[in-house]
Write a protein that binds this ligand. Structure first.
Ligand code: A3P
Length: 306
């Protein structure tokens, strides 16, 4: 596949060395596109979904799309062209110089786009135009084990292997892509009281999706009917989304470009909280718990993660 050129294995993906303003990035990101963020024109009516990788980005995207259509899943327009699958931190294949950012710039309002960028690298106009920003994060142990599953699907496709140890060591290092989890989460957490920011967690979605939807409804200024709520709950469940994604893959020639990263690595996997328990050693668990205790102490985010 064209976009995978030069990115042959999980190991190469992890070892890719692009550092920009103290943050490390995966091979799909190019410095000239990061540079363009500085002058990117944000609009007041933009909606930005900002997440840490493997934290339920596509789940939240689906929830918001369902909410915008009162739960009518068949009314959602699906853009299976990767270049129009608007994610601010990503770029086009390496053989082209264009950035997806340019597609976003050319899109009509109201725009809805995604990013994994840490808060300090968001386009500066975010702080003057104040678009709505929904931020989603997830227990770092689960984000790490989800990344392992994700890279495993790349390993299978490239006839290589990947170990949890490799992914763990990378995820909790300063070279973690899009920034270390703690810096990323705390960066957005510090903006949790801004009027245009809604800070949410994967765990809240798993525990009580209805109340997350009601908070989003107020924040986004939408109206969800009670029947709409039932439809959203059904279609946003793991089973519901698997059905929807299977249908998109069946009915569209390029459907996999919508449901999998690079048409290859599925965004939908187990969809549970605590999946890390099956993968982590006791030492990894203890080390993580210690990091969380130390780095989150006194921040308030320790209410969610401890
Ligand atoms: P797991 O690998 O732990 O299963 P992202 O979209 O940011 O890449 O996140 C992917 C994670 O979100 C995967 O986690 C995936 O299974 C989970 N996910 C996707 N849809 C979901 C849903 N409807 N309910 C719960 N989790 C979901």
């Amino acid at each position: 596949m064209e976009i995978l050129k030069g990115m042959k294995s999980p190991l190469e993906m992890i070892n890719y060395e692009l550092e920009y303003e103290g943050v490390w990035f995966p091979p799909v990101v190019r410095p000239h596109c990061l540079e363009k963020l500085k002058t990117f024109e944000v609009r007041e009516d933009d909606l930005i979904l900002a997440t840490y990788p493997k934290s339920g980005t596509h789940w939240m995207k689906e929830v918001i799309l369902l909410m915008q259509h009162d739960g009518h899943v068949d009314k959602i327009g699906r853009e299976t062209d990767l270049t129009k699958n608007l994610a601010m931190s990503f770029v086009l294949p390496q053989d082209t110089k264009r950035c997806i950012l340019e597609e976003i710039a050319a899109s009509p309002s109201p725009r809805f786009y995604l990013t994994h960028l840490p808060v300090q690298l968001l386009p500066p106009q975010v702080w003057t135009k104040k678009p709505k920003i929904v931020h989603l994060t997830r227990d770092p142990k689960d984000a790490c084990s989800s990344m392992y599953r994700f890279l495993n699907s790349l390993a299978r496709a490239t006839n290589t292997t990947v170990s949890l140890e490799l992914v763990y060591n990378h995820s909790f290092s300063e070279k973690a892509h899009f920034g270390n989890w703690f810096d990323h989460a705390l960066g957005y957490w510090n903006h949790r009281d801004d009027d245009n920011v809604l800070f949410l967690t994967y765990e809240e979605m798993k525990t009580d999706l209805r109340s997350v939807i009601r908070r989003l409804e107020k924040f986004l200024g939408l109206t969800i009917t009670s029947e709409g709520m039932e439809r959203i709950i059904e279609h946003a469940s793991v089973e519901g989304m698997k059905k929807t994604f299977a249908k998109i893959e069946e009915e569209n020639e390029n459907g996999k470009m919508y449901t999998r990263a690079f048409g290859l690595m599925p965004y939908m996997q187990k969809g549970v909280s605590g999946g890390w328990k099956e993968l982590f050693t006791d030492e990894q668990r203890d080390e993580c718990d210690k990091m969380m205790k130390e780095k989150l102490a006194g921040t308030g985010l320790d209410v969610h993660y401890h």
